[in-house]
Each structure stands twice: as C-alpha cells, then as structure tokens.
Design a protein around this ligand. Structure first.
Ligand code: PFF
Length: 459
C-alpha cells in the first residue's frame, strides 16, 4: 500500500489545507471572536487582533507546520528529529496530549450547547419567544445537571467517530464537506444580516476604531484570541502537519489558512453585530450569551412577520456552529490521541476512545461549573473558565514561545530552510522576515505581554 493512500496522511494538498482550516475555524471564530470583540470595544480590538494574526500567530503556525511536516509521524518524534535530539525537548511531545484533553473538555461543552440550539431551532422552539424567555431558557439549560451532558456526549461521540475513521476517510473527508458548507451558510447569513434595519450601526461598531477603549487587558485578549483562533501554541497544527505530503507549500498553506480564518471571523462579526443593533435594547457586549440569547431573539424580532425565514435563519446558523465546532474538536482529539497511537502502538480507535472518555469526564465538571458546581472555584474561576484561562492565556503563549525558541535557536538554520522550501524546490521570499519574527520579535513580544499581564511589570 502506498504511503499516500494508507489513510495515515492527507491524500491531497486541498485536503490538508481544508483540514488545517477546519481546525482553525470553529467556535473561536463564530462564538469567541464576537464575544471578545463586543467586550473590548469593537473595531480597535479587531485591528489589534489582525496585527497579532499577521505578526505572531501566523508565523508561529508556519513554525508548527514546519516542525510537524519534517517529523512525518507525531509531535514527540518531530521535536526529537528536527534538532537531532539536542537538548531535552521531548516534553513538547506531551504538550498536545495534555492541552488537547483540556481544550476539548471545555470546548465540547459549548459545542454541546450549539447542538441543543440546532435541535431547538429544528423543532421551531424559538417561535414567538421574548428576550426574557430566551435568557431564562439559556440559564436554565446550561445550569441543568443532565441535559447539556447528553449533547456533550453526542458531540464527543461524533468527534470520536470521525477520528477513529482515520486521516483520509475521517478528518479529510469531513473537512472537505463541512468547510465549503460552512462558507456558503456564512455568506447567506452575512447578506441577510446586512440588509437588516440599522445594520450600519453594527458595521460602524465593527469597522470604525475607537482606541480610547484599548487597555492592557485588550492587548492580551487580542493575542489570546489570535492564538486560539488559529489553534497555535499547543502543537495542534504540528500534529496535523505530520500528515502533510512533502510537496505542500507550508508558507502558502499557512497564509491561506490565516486568511480563511480571519475572513470567517469578520464574516461572523458581520452577521452578529448588525443583527444585534437591529433590535432596540440589545448590546454587543452581552458576552458568551451573545450567540445563544441575543441571536435567537434577533432572528425572531427581525423576521417577525416571516416565520419561515426566522426558522431557516436560526436553523442555518446553529447547524453552521455545530459544523464549525466539529472540524475543530476532531483536531483536538487527534492531537491528544496521536501520541498513544504512534508512540505506544495503540490502535487509532482505542487511543481515541480513551481520550474521549477522559474528556467526557472533565467536560462533566466544566458543564457543572455553570450549575451545581458554580461555587467550586480555583483562583475565583469555575472549571470551565479555568480551563479556558489555562489554554488561551497560559499554554498557548508559553507553547508559542517555546516553539519559537526551538525552531529559531535549537534547530540548524539549513534544516529549517530546506523544510520550508521543500528541499529548495520552491522559493519563499518571506523567509528572512519569518526567521526574524521567530527568533526575535515573537519571543520578546509574547514575554512582554505575558509578564505585563501577570502584573509583574506595568507597561
Ligand atoms: N481554533 C479553534 C477555534 O477557533 O474554534 C479552536 C482550537 C482548535 C483551539 C484546536 C485549539 C486547538 F488546538
């Protein structure tokens, strides 16, 4: 059996891009991005975020792709191989295992909510409800000890099913269907949203910056969001890149994914903010509930005389969220289970099953933190918020920093150059800029922002 058809690698370049974009595009774009943008004043946040995407997250993503593609097996092996086992970098191989479990455990909770809302939209449960009813419904639902667990279980079961099918049959085929569908759904929703009354106020919020709203916290949030949305820093894309063919152009792939991801985030903003402003009394800083309380209400109010449109609009939106969540959750499960599969010779299905069971257990704790375990906190954070904090504000920046130090300082320059130029068969005009960012700019930037956030220095 040839290496490219054995279901252990992505078969094609398009499949590799779509799977990587599938990991990147997710609830981070459609749920977390509008929440963060709304909470941090709109356009100014968007600009800072785009700056981080260009100068930090995308170069680190390309670094991850370079390490993984060079390894061709799994992250642990890749880190050992690329610098000839110099120094002890093996711990980076365990990062995706731990981070994958943590991130999937709380991501699956929100992914579960999206399934519940897709179901509610499907059975026309939103019809005729008021803002207050939506708000009560949501708080009752997320604090219910049992109902969210059913959906979390379903999401994890689907995620497991796709990962167990393997790289080509599961991950690549899934991404090939879900990513284009997602894009089409989004485009339809943007057009609908922009034709709503007062849509221009939402547009101004998203596109006209007001820098007086920018604080030190805005900067860390923008950095955290840029890492989260591109799945960088915890070796998720490094895991996927292990399955890339040797002829994939890593720079082109990385830049394409960054552009797709940013376009999807901006499109989500173009759906959500005009919609929010089209109903008097709603606010763009409603936080995480924006997507679950504000939006269903918006769909009902805006299409008040056209129940069929309200139905279609809501159903499309939540189905889109479910798909976006799935293409990302499969990358999380893959990153944590590939270690056992590749390093410990466990079957793909068995390692994915064990990881899924661990995630389900932790997800229960995360889900309970909205209800019966509300009062159990660590550093004043419930389990869900604690996991999000650990991933987006600690693991991702520190992981990103370590990846830069590894590729920029520990791996020989010509090994990196040969990998990104596919053994000098393609030119990469941006290479010197990339290396400058990886060696100097990114590490210093991450360190400064990180230290300032810990309150050690006030810039
Ligand atoms: N990038 C994904 C999103 O925007 O929803 C989330 C994500 C996927 C984070 C994979 C981390 C990860 F390893």
């Amino acid at each position: 059996m040839s290496k490219r058809t054995d279901n252990n690698n992505f078969a094609g370049k398009i499949g590799a891009i779509l799977a990587t974009a599938g990991s990147a595009v997710g609830l981070g774009n459609v749920w977390r991005f509008p929440t963060e943008t709304g909470a941090n004043g709109g356009a100014a946040f968007l600009l800072i975020y785009i700056g981080f995407m260009l100068l930090l997250a995308t170069p680190i993503m390309i670094a991850e792709l370079t390490i993984g593609r060079h390894g061709q097996r799994d992250v642990l092996y890749a880190f050992r191989k690329m610098n000839g086992s110099k120094g002890n970098w093996a711990f980076m191989g365990y990062l995706p295992v731990v981070a994958g479990i943590l991130v999937l455990s709380y991501y699956a909770v929100v992914a579960g909510w999206t399934l519940e809302y897709a179901f509610r939209a499907g059975v026309n449960d939103f019809a005729g409800k008021t803002q207050e009813e939506f708000s009560n419904d949501f708080s009752q639902f997320i604090s219910d000890p049992l109902r969210p667990l059913t959906w979390i279980f379903l999401i994890l079961a689907m995620t497991f099913g796709i990962v167990a099918l393997g790289i080509q049959k599961g991950i690549e085929s899934g991404a090939k269907i879900m990513m284009p569908a997602l894009f089409i759904f989004l485009a339809i929703l943007v057009v609908c949203s922009l034709t709503l009354p007062d849509a221009s106020i939402g547009l101004t919020f998203l596109l006209k910056p007001d820098f007086s709203k920018v604080t030190q916290h805005t900067i860390l949030s923008a950095m955290g969001q840029s890492f989260f949305t591109l799945s960088v820093g915890i070796c998720c894309l490094c895991t996927y890149a292990c399955y890339f063919r040797k002829d994939v152009d890593l720079f082109k792939d990385g830049l394409n994914v960054a552009v797709i991801d940013t376009v999807v985030a901006v499109m989500s903003g173009l759906i959500i903010f005009p919609a929010v402003y089209s109903v008097p009394g709603l606010s763009p800083d409603a936080g995480p509930s924006l997507v679950f309380i504000t939006l269903p209400n918006v769909f009902q109010r805006v299409f008040a005389g056209m129940p069929v449109l309200a139905y279609i609009f809501s159903l499309l939106f939540y189905l889109l969220l479910v798909m976006a969540a799935l293409t990302s959750s499969i990358s999380m499960l893959e990153m944590s289970s590939s270690y056992f599969h590749k390093e410990k010779n466990m079957s793909r299905a068995k390692s994915a099953l064990i990881m899924t069971a661990i995630c389900m257990t932790l997800a229960i704790a995360c889900s309970f933190s909205f209800g019966i375990w509300k009062d159990y906190t660590v550093f004043h954070l419930g389990f869900f918020d604690l996991f999000d904090f650990i991933i987006a504000k600690i693991f991702m920046p520190i992981g990103g920093l370590l990846i830069c130090i590894y590729l920029g300082w520990s791996v020989k320059g010509d090994v990196v150059y040969n990998e990104v130029t596919n053994n000098r068969t393609i030119t990469q005009p941006l290479y010197p800029l990339f290396m400058f960012i990886i060696r100097y700019f990114a590490p210093i930037c991450i360190l400064m922002i990180f230290i300032s956030e810990l309150g050690l220095i006030d810039f």
